[in-house]
Design a protein. Sequence first.
Length: 87
Amino acid sequence: MSDKRKRQILEGRVRKAASQKTITVVVPLVVKDAKYKKYLRRDCVLHVHDEKGQARAGDRVAVCATRPVSKTKHFRLIKVLERAKGS
């Protein structure tokens, strides 16, 4: 059987791209409060492996889950969806 597992794909904005092969991406999430049943907005900060160094701060990117690349990196960059204004 050659069925591949579906990887988790998330979209977010690049917060920081100062390191060589690492970018920091902020992914907005909507969670439901257990007690009050209200929907709350939360931000999830991910460290993403960017092999070619193509993402810049402010870009909208797509990332997917992968095996651990380092202690904190568990996602890799798929593609840059939209460039930041002024880049």
